[in-house]
Design a binder for this molecule. Structure first.
Ligand code: N01
Length: 662
């Protein structure tokens, strides 16, 4: 394990000279057991991002030299690294590494996320291994082969539970396959935006571009040999629960229009929240003679060079696409209905240094500590500051003191980016508090707005003619191409599939067009054996990686299937009281969070201002809530028997308040 690190000492030293100091320090403390070095370095680490340190060069060199010596010692002696590091020690190490106290309650989550204990504790194991016949008779259908679908498949495969994936596209990747607009990239750091059980040592950037992420997803599918379980090019149209035999009949269409149905015990939706583009009903749009396309359906046959391009929308997709096309087009008119908040991250455009790459690949635990650092940098840190303070005197523009400070800090940054252009500044600073809509990363957006060939158009669009966009004030903008960066129909979850549960009730009948609810975002009363990943109120808007949430959901779902198979249940259905109690808490919690702010409209909520998409919980809370499937919260059934209703009180309704939520 250590030989590869020390085989070429010059290479090791060259890498350390360039690699980040915090993960290096953590590895040193872990392997040497010497915690004094933490006290020396900690005062110079001011936050979890790699650029928030001011460790003097001589101290860095001391860490490097000692790490080289320790690695050589391990390699020479053949010693095993300490497998169990006491929680107290870990807390001290972690706190030093991110420049702030890491509360004890986070330690188990962080050890699990980083695999510091060298095991995959998110994997599910049999409790009472059923005979292979019982397992073999079971079947699950997974809808979608994106990040969530593949994660589910990996876990079911590990347990030997038969499954099949139905995927409408012709390859894996989901949203990363569909979104191919110029500049498409992730804005969560990649060493954390990746499966915890399949880290990638080779990310070329801190925030990788779409092709690299798609490559990672494809490589994962190959590594776990998943493609043979996937039917590509088939779109699920309906899933209908049959009370008689407690099975779902899943109907899908093939690319050549053939309809087929397969029966299954369980259905797991992995279709995501952002896969159906939203095209606003702008009058006259269909009359436009030039190309019109959505960012998620980018038309590569259209050459934008030298064209007058209109881009409607200023969300995450626009902020990545706009600056990427601006240098090539004759003119870019950006139609902004409401401004978004954008923050700067110095690593956003950077490649991962060769030293860091080498260290991740060759030095044991370096990558794990890097993942910890990034998890901490982008997780629950802002959660408390996104809650409204009822006594705050400026409730329109900020929520509380911390949120106000953030507002000022961002304005300061934007002012500099815009060279103090007061007209532009007035247009781009939102009137609502930071984080009201999704916080975006600045992709040189403001610099783009300063380009001579770019114009920011504010106000409302009245209609489109065959060659122009007409504003409500009568201004006419002649354009050649219209790009709709107008987002997705997120609240209309599972649409356009028709999902029919017990007594023929449809999910649309229960949820309406835009009011989805589920227990933990995963299960819905009346829809037995149906499980959702990335379902209602599970989007992350305060921080974190959605892959972390996916892994939490997949563990829970796999445990639920295990419960069914081990006990011979034909159905498992969440209790209505449990579901309702949970959703009451979600609504109460959301009501006080920034996304419900009356000055904000966004895809996080429905037209009644109810937050339907976003999770109100800290990552830690959701991790705890989904860690163990609790059978008492469900009604189980066996064909021909009355439902089994456990007598105990449901855990979550009783104890969710016991969690320090927020
Ligand atoms: O969509 P959006 P998106 N007239 O809904 C405007 C993820 N993502 O595709 O704000 C004029 O955020 C609308 O205006 P307003 C990420 O989770 C991630 O950009 O409603 N404008 C808004 O400006 C993200 O949050 C990455 O007033 C109209 C825009 O269209 C989510 O996808 C990259 C309009 C829609 O913004 C969605 O982002 C990209 C109208 N009639 C996306 N209707 C990563 O980096 C709508 N708009 C990982």
């Amino acid at each position: 394990m250590f030989e590869t690190a020390v085989r070429d000492e010059a290479a090791l030293r060259a890498a350390l000279a360039e690699a980040d100091i915090a993960p290096m320090l953590m590895v040193l403390a872990q392997l040497s057991g010497d915690l004094d070095i933490l006290d020396e370095v900690a005062p110079h680490i001011h936050g979890a991002w790699s650029f928030l340190e001011s460790v003097p060069e001589d101290l860095k060199q001391k860490v490097r030299d000692r790490l080289v010596a320790v690695l050589k010692d391990y390699a020479a002696s053949g010693r095993e690294p300490p497998h169990h590091v006491p929680s107290e020690t870990l807390q001290k190490m972690m706190s030093a590494g991110v420049g702030q106290m890491v509360p004890e309650e986070y330690i188990p989550l962080l050890v699990e996320e980083t695999h510091l204990g060298d095991e995959d504790t998110r994997a599910v194991h049999w409790q009472r291994k059923p005979d292979s016949l019982a397992v073999g008779k079971f079947k699950a259908i997974i809808i979608g082969a994106g990040f969530s679908g593949l994660c589910t498949a990996i876990r079911l495969k590990e347990l030997g539970i038969p499954f099949e994936i139905l995927e409408k596209n012709t390859d894996v990747g989901g949203t990363w396959l569909e979104n191919d607009y110029p500049g498409c990239a992730v804005d969560t750091p990649n060493h954390f935006y990746s499966y915890s059980f399949n880290p990638n040592d080779k990310w070329s950037r801190h925030f990788s571009r779409r092709n690299e992420i798609l490559g990672y997803i494809a490589a994962t599918a190959d590594k776990y040999d998943l493609r043979r379980y996937i039917r590509f090019g088939v779109e699920v149209t309906t899933a209908e629960f049959d009370e008689h035999d407690a099975r779902w009949h899943v109907t899908f269409q093939t690319a050549d229009g053939v309809t087929q149905t397969i029966d299954t015990n369980a259905v797991i939706s992995a279709v995501g929240q952002l896969n159906r583009p939203s095209i606003p009903p702008i009058a006259g749009l269909s009359q436009f003679r030039g190309p019109v396309f959505h960012t998620a359906r980018w038309d590569r046959t259209v050459d934008l060079k030298g064209k007058r391009v209109a881009m409607i929308g200023t969300g995450a997709s626009a902020v990545q696409a706009g600056p990427s096309i601006a240098p090539d087009v004759a003119s870019l008119l950006v139609f902004q209905r409401t401004p978004h908040w954008l923050m700067n991250n110095p690593n956003y455009h950077k490649e991962v240094s060769a030293g860091n790459k080498w260290a991740i690949e060759h030095i044991p635990y370096f990558g794990k500590w890097l993942r910890f650092q990034l998890f901490w940098a982008g997780s629950d840190g802002f959660h408390a500051s996104l809650q409204m303070d009822p006594d705050w005197p400026m409730p329109d523009i900020s929520l509380n003191e911390a949120n106000h400070k953030m507002r000022e800090m961002i304005i300061d940054y934007v002012r500099k980016e815009l060279d103090d252009d007061k007209d532009l500044l007035a247009k781009v600073i939102p009137a609502y508090p930071p984080y009201g809509k999704r916080m975006l990363r600045d992709n040189y957006w403001y610099r783009m707005l300063k380009r001579p060939n770019v114009e920011l158009v504010t106000g409302s669009i009245a209609h489109v003619t065959e060659d122009s966009i007409v504003m409500e004030d009568g201004t006419v903008h002649a354009v050649d191409v219209i790009i709709m960066a107008t987002g997705f129909q997120a609240s209309k979850m599972l649409w356009p599939m028709e999902i029919k549960g017990r007594m023929g009730r449809t999910i649309r009948g229960v949820w309406g067009d835009d009011d989805p609810r589920a227990y933990l975002g995963i299960t819905v009363p009346g829809f037995p054996n149906l499980f959702l990943t990335y379902g209602p109120n599970t989007n992350l808007a305060h921080g974190g990686s959605i892959i972390f949430h996916t892994e939490c959901q997949v563990r829970y779902i796999t445990q639920a299937l295990r419960e069914m198979i081990e006990n011979g249940y034909s159905t498992l259905e969440v209790r209505t009281d449990v579901h309702d109690g949970y959703n009451k808490l979600v609504d109460e919690k959301c009501r006080n969070m920034v996304w419900a702010h009356p000055g904000v409209t966004s895809w996080y909520k429905n037209r009644h201002n109810r937050v339907t998409v976003t999770s109100p919980w800290r990552l830690l809370d959701y991790w705890k809530l989904t860690q163990h499937f609790v059978p008492e919260e469900y009604r189980a059934g066996r064909i021909g028997h009355a439902p089994i209703i456990p007598g105990q009180e449901a855990r979550v309704v009783a104890s969710i308040d016991g969690l320090t939520v927020g």
